[in-house]
Design a protein around this ligand. Sequence first.
Ligand code: AMP
Length: 278
Amino acid sequence: MRIFKEKEKMTSYLNSCRKNKTIGFVPTMGAIHSGHLKLIATSLKECDITICSIFVNPTQFNNTNDFKTYPKTLNSDLLKLRKINCDIVYTPEISDLYKKNEPIKKFNFSTLTKNMEGKFRPGHFNGVATIIEKFFHIIAPSKAFFGQKDLQQLQVIKQLTTKIKSKTKIIGVATVREKNGLAKSSRNELLSKKEKRSAAIIYNCLKYCQKNKRKKITDLASYVKLKFAKKEEIKLEYLEFISLNNMQPINEWGEKGNNAICIAAHINKVRLIDNIIL
Ligand code: AMP
C-alpha cells in the first residue's frame, strides 16, 4: 500500500501505473469503519487500482465544533486499509487542496439540496461538491464509490458528474449497520454504549415504515414523531418521505425503489443520519 500526502507525488505514481487499468476512488474523512471498508472492498472487486482518500474537508462543515471534534485516527485507519489491501491512500493537508482564503464554489443542484441536509447544513453540499470536483480532477477515477447512507450526497454527486462532464461512474453502496441496526458512522465513536442503544430507534422507525408501507405516509410520520417524542435523550431534526429523483417530499408512494425515508437526529451533540429506500 502506497501512502501519499502530496497530490503531485500521488498523481506521478498513479500515472506510472494506470495505463490500461481502471481506477476506483473512495473518498472518506477517516475514522475508518466497516461502512468505508465495504466501499473499498467493492472498488477492489470492480477496479484494478483502488485509491482511498482520508481528508476531513473543512468547507463542508457548517458547524466548527463538529469539525474540531471530528474523530481523527490515522494510524489505525492505515492499518485497516493495509489489511484490506487498498492500493493507494491519499492523506493531504488542507494546503494541498485549497489555496489560502480560496472561496467555496457555489453550485446549483436545484431541488436536490432544498431539503434535509441542504436545509439544515447550509453550504454543506457546496463544500462537498467543491472537494469532490477537485479530487476528480486530480485522480480522474474510472469509478467512485459512495455510501447510500448519505443518500442526498449520493444524488448530488451523480448530478455533479453530469454538470462537470466527468467520465467517472458513480456507484452507490448499501449501508453497513451495527448489530442493532444503527448505521455505521465515524460519529458513532462519540456515543456511549447507552447512547448507541438509544440511537437504534432511528433504524427501528425506518423498518417500521418499511413493514407498514400500506399505511398512509401522514400516519407513518405521526407514528415516528411520537416514538421520538417519547425518548428524551434523542431529538428528531427531520423526518422526510421523499422521491429519489428530485429529493422532494411526497404525500403518496411513487414507483417502487424511487421512495426514501430520511431521518436526522441529535443525541448528546452528535448528529446522526439514516435512510431507507422503498
Ligand atoms: P465519510 O468518511 O463519513 O465522509 O464517509 C465516506 C464514505 O463512506 C461516504 O460515501 C459515505 O456515504 C460512506 N459511508 C459512511 N458510512 C457508511 C455506512 N454505514 N455504510 C456504507 N457507506 C458508508
